[in-house]
Write a protein that binds this ligand. Sequence first.
Ligand code: FFO
Ligand code: ATP
Length: 204
Amino acid sequence: MSSLTPAQQRQQLRKTLRQARRALSQAQQRHAAKRLQKRLAVHPWLRRARHVALYLANDGEIDPQPLSQWLQRRGKQVYLPVLKRWPRTAMQFQRIDHTHWQTNRFGIAEPRYQHQAARRIECLDVLLMPLVGFDPQGNRMGMGGGFYDRLLGKLQRRAHWQGPKRVGLAHECQKVAQLPTAAWDVPLHGIASDQAWYSGKNSR
Ligand SMILES: Nc1nc2c(c(=O)[nH]1)N(C=O)[C@@H](CNc1ccc(C(=O)N[C@@H](CCC(=O)O)C(=O)O)cc1)CN2
Ligand SMILES: Nc1ncnc2c1ncn2[C@@H]1O[C@H](COP(=O)(O)OP(=O)(O)OP(=O)(O)O)[C@@H](O)[C@H]1O
């Protein structure tokens, strides 16, 4: 209905797109994950990268696992997000080798925090991000926690941007023509789906 506020529109869209990705079969998920790996394995950003963050698939997200294995075979360091206990809105990244696992408050597995395995976001080469929805202009909508936006927002306010390439990973069914954007959204440099590569327009 046209009487929805922008926040309600985002919420509505989030619900529809989450249902769409959850409706994919296991076979479709496996196929998509493999296609994604093939696409990114030839991308110069990933071929050059030494430190890459990704995520453990949840709620129908496209699965970066085949890509993670490819990266590790190439001797690259792979990192996962770990939610901070305090402040509860913060997140950091941790290398995954020799890891003890725990479950975070959203039921997603994550490495137990170890100071020596953590890496600052500005020292990552590529940040592969989960998303609920994207548009071909490079806008991203996540689960609504604001974890990635908050982390990247801090970097963006610095005079000299130094940070990872921001790449969203998605199923093609998560694409919309134009996302309603919020002031704090940080645009992506690119989006890789199982079917295509999208170059973000307003990335820097
Ligand atoms: N695989 C994966 N890992 C990730 C993220 C992600 O989006 N995907 N995150 C990206 O930020 C962070 C976790 N953020 C999340 C935010 C909300 C929910 C979620 O399921 N929300 C429920 C409500 C749960 C509750 O409040 O108890 C929901 O909306 O139904 C999950 C993860 C870090 N790790
Ligand atoms: N840079 C920021 N500074 C302060 N608050 C922020 C910032 N970015 C996001 N937020 C807060 O986080 C909340 C969720 O934002 P949003 O809906 O854009 O999250 P998301 O991108 O879907 O989630 P995520 O990044 O965790 O995947 C917003 O209501 C906003 O208040």
